[in-house]
Design a protein around this ligand. Sequence first.
Ligand SMILES: Nc1ncnc2c1ncn2[C@@H]1O[C@H](COP(=O)(O)OP(=O)(O)OP(=O)(O)O)[C@@H](O)[C@H]1O
Length: 318
Amino acid sequence: MAVPTAPAPAPAGTARSTAPAVEVVDLQRRYGDFTAVRGISFEVHPGEVFALLGVNGAGKTSALEVLEGLADPDGGSVRVLGADPVAERARVRPHLGVLLQSSGLPGDLTVAETVRTWGRTLTAPRPVDEALDQVGLTGRADVRVRSLSGGERRRLDLALALLGRPSVVVLDEPTTGLDPESRRQVWRLVQDMVAGGAAVVLTTHHLEEAEELADRVAVLKAGQIVLSGTQAEIAETQPATIRFTLDEGAPLPPQPAGVQVVSTAPRVEWHTRALQPVLADLLGWAARHGVVLHALHARAASLEQAFLAVADGTHDAA
Ligand SMILES: Nc1ncnc2c1ncn2[C@@H]1O[C@H](COP(=O)(O)OP(=O)(O)OP(=O)(O)O)[C@@H](O)[C@H]1O
């Protein structure tokens, strides 16, 4: 099971051997009497993507706002590059790239003017051409922001977030509203940033996005981290699936111990926490009895399965 509230020890020779770029300890966030974030802790290291997942209202944005320096914590602490993002904003801000869930850019400016204006607030901005090329907006440089499509506007938001070549990047649902090609373009951008040593904190409702990008994942529920770890660790919290279809009249394989039978012949589905030995026994049995297992499918649990189990409250019992 992977439900750590403290980070796992650093494997030698990986990004973990460096100081954390983001350090969140027992963070709490309250709105009046309501506690939206209830004591969460995590670290993100340079060269790493950390995905904070959770259903609507789980507390992701409330937590990120503290990292972004937009709100003080009501308990616990947050350090970005070793500094307090609110009290030491001037120190943190030049190195921080932030993509908010929604932005309010003036509609009258063109895309290029918007980037140029934003760049004036930064010490070492990328050239406008490079920034637009990075997000595929070169051909839209002279278009007014109000005329952009939703996806184009999102890509402009991203260009602004990355304009100062930040070493810590906070992305709140970066690809919402993007088409599949633009989404992949953003993924490549994130991967390039991380290869260059940036630390990325990401929220997303697209689990395939987290699967593609995240080195480590935490799943928030009602303001608490209920599951965290690498994708492999998270997948291991759920049983693997074996599926196959039998010919009519074929013998049914013996049911191995610990297997949960989800459906029986002709289309058999088993869930198991011992995928390899159960599969090996099944294949051995089929060979000995000359039985063909049609459409044989065997796979470890996905991040989505684990996420859904958390969402419906069954992950502890699984
Ligand atoms: N300004 C606020 N005042 C009162 N309650 C708030 C405020 N902002 C957020 N909340 C509440 O705090 C909880 C967490 O909200 P938050 O926006 O952090 O969740 P989220 O995980 O980011 O959700 P989503 O996936 O929908 O963006 C929700 O119940 C929300 O209604």
